[in-house]
Design a protein around this ligand. Structure first.
Ligand SMILES: [Zn+2]
Length: 148
């Protein structure tokens, strides 16, 4: 992977907030620049499925993930994969079809009850309602156990 170089040959984002006095405008500007460079603005596509289908990839896929890393009954987010202009990831959202009177399952990780999504004749479709809580991209915004 190539690193873009700026005018003086330093890689972009090389300006470090800690090079300036704490809390100074320069320090804060450098921190904003670091954050902006970190943010990847490419289009992101998620393939959300109620079936655990971790990426099997091609020969070039080095990712060691397998089914064992995708525990049943709790949402799981695969890593973002680079498809050039687009980033793609697999998302496992557990779901079940229940007959009337059958117990509604909960997320095996956080205990949030599954939510009813759809009624069918003689059964209903329930799915995990806590994706945000387990999304590594959003986890920092939502402390565990705190509802939105
Ligand atoms: Zn959960």
């Amino acid at each position: 992977m190539r690193v873009k170089a700026s005018n003086n040959g330093k890689p972009e984002g090389a300006l470090r907030p800690e090079e300036f006095p704490l809390g100074s405008p320069e320090s804060r500007a450098a921190a904003r620049m670091v954050a902006a460079n970190r943010k990847d603005r490419r289009r992101r596509i998620e393939f959300v499925s109620s079936v655990r289908i971790p990426w099997h990839g091609g020969d070039s896929d080095p990712d060691p993930e397998n089914l064992a890393n995708w525990p049943e009954g709790q949402p799981h987010f695969g890593p973002w994969r680079d498809f050039g202009e687009t980033l793609f990831r697999d998302v496992y959202r557990p779901a079940v079809r229940l007959k009337p009177g059958e117990p509604i399952p909960s997320c095996s990780a956080c205990g949030t009850p599954f939510q009813k999504e759809k009624d069918y004749p003689g059964m209903a479709y329930y799915a995990a309602a806590c994706l945000d809580r387990h999304d590594p991209d959003r986890r920092s915004n939502t402390p565990p156990g705190e509802s939105r």
